[in-house]
Write a protein that binds this ligand. Structure first.
Ligand SMILES: Cc1ncc(C[n+]2csc(CCOP(=O)(O)OP(=O)(O)O)c2C)c(N)n1
Length: 395
């Protein structure tokens, strides 16, 4: 007997996989391996957890999703298309073409729903840490008893290459230090990178390393186990004082004849192997860019739920506005990327008549003045505040 629900879920995962394969094949360029391996974790995250409204990608309290391994962009475009963002199938067919909304690596200023530009490995990992820091900061600044206007997660899919990068190590260390409990990373642990098996250059146990950074770590041994992935994400959410890294064992290029090898990392499968992959998933090998109706319907539901969630949030925010006028104005100003009225009112004026002044002192005074008028100013100093006179955290 076929369980209808499971069947729609599996079909949805296959659709994500095969749209990605078709994009890469049509462009004759791109990375089919990651989408084939990581589609199930993406499906579980987007369908069972992610709070988003495709009609309003800028909803302030949406969950953030980062595809840190930006070379797997076809996966992200398949997701954005299927989950209802403004990315028509035509754009998927234009993958990697000049002026398309589907460039080779995701760019946040080009495609609605792309939170951050990725491609240089490790960068998205670090950006996600910044987003989780922002969330914690906003929650501390604006939430009041009985009025929670900031409460969202930051998720990412990260790859072997991401975890190898120095920038990821620094960011992970800081995330552990700051106890960013709402940061949850899914690690596409496939043992393959660009030039071959990761064992060529990478034999550490990254989970032990992340434990040492103060992260909560878990393993899911089968990357196709949707419920196992769900359980791990739930356990990660329950861990509120530590960021989470979930290693999910996947097979790069799953379903294609080149699976499990670096050949499928960054080259199209080839027409014949695309046919074989489609047959493997029970798809018609003569058709391309197929989205079955029931899949389209099924994958529209999370976005519809998200639209409802945003409406509920809007009501909460309106109640907040009634009671906390100043705070809510500041909140809206910062999300509009504006500056508060009078932001420059306290800026110091320096004149040669005042005598010599080191630039770092001038900078410190200017920043100190701005900090008073722009309460959401958020910055840091590279262990150098006492030298460059960066204003202290609390004045
Ligand atoms: C900083 C940086 N160095 C090198 C590259 C080139 N590059 C692209 S993908 C990749 C490694 C791919 O391995 P993995 O991250 O495991 O992805 P998968 O093969 O599983 O798709 C490399 C080295 C890059 N994108 N960024």
């Amino acid at each position: 007997m076929i369980d209808q629900q499971i069947s729609v879920e599996e079909q949805s995962v296959s659709t994500i996989r095969l749209l990605s394969v078709d994009m890469v094949q049509k462009a004759n360029s791109g990375h089919p391996g990651l989408p084939l391996g990581a589609a199930p974790m993406a499906y579980v995250l987007w369908s069972r957890f992610l709070r988003f409204n495709p009609q309003d990608p800028a909803w302030p309290d949406r969950d953030r999703f980062v595809l840190s391994a930006g070379h797997g962009s076809a996966l992200l475009y398949s997701l954005l298309h299927l989950y209802g963002y403004d990315l028509p199938l035509e754009e998927l067919k234009n993958f990697r073409q000049l002026h398309s909304k589907t460039p080779g690596h995701p760019e946040s200023n080009i495609t609605a729903g792309v939170e951050v530009t990725t491609g240089p490995l490790g960068q998205g990992f670090a950006n996600g840490v910044g987003m989780a820091m922002a969330e914690a900061h906003l929650a501390a600044m604006y939430n009041k008893e009985g009025h929670e206007v900031v409460n969202h997660y930051t998720y990412a899919i990260v790859s072997d290459g991401d975890l190898m990068e120095g920038i990821a190590a620094e960011a992970a260390s800081l995330a552990g230090h700051l106890k960013l409990g709402k940061l949850i990373y899914l690690y596409d642990d496939n043992d393959i990178s660009l030039d071959g098996p990761t064992s060529l250059s990478y034999t550490e146990d990254p989970l032990m390393r992340f434990e040492a950074y103060g992260w909560h770590t878990q393993r899911v041994m089968d990357g196709n186990d949707l419920d196992g992935i769900e359980q791990a994400i739930r356990a990660a959410q329950a861990e509120t004082d530590r960021p989470s890294l979930i290693s999910i064992k996947t097979i790069i290029g799953y379903g294609s004849p080149q699976k499990g090898t670096s050949k499928v990392h960054g080259s199209p499968l080839g027409d014949e192997n695309v046919r074989k992959a489609k047959e493997f998933f029970g798809w018609n090998p003569d058709e391309s860019f197929v989205v079955p109706d029931e899949v389209r319907q099924h994958l529209a539901e999370p976005g519809q739920r998200g639209a409802q969630l945003q409406q509920e949030w809007q009501q909460k925010f309106e109640a907040y506005q009634q009671q906390f006028k100043q705070e809510s104005e500041l909140f809206l100003t910062s999300f509009a990327s504006d500056l508060p009225a009078g932001w420059d009112a306290e800026l110091p004026v320096f004149s040669p008549a005042d005598g010599a002044l080191a630039t770092r002192q001038a900078s410190g005074k200017a920043l100190g003045a701005l900090k008073k008028t722009i309460p959401f100013l958020f910055g840091g100093s590279a262990d150098l505040a006492s030298s460059n006179e960066m204003p202290p955290v609390a004045t």
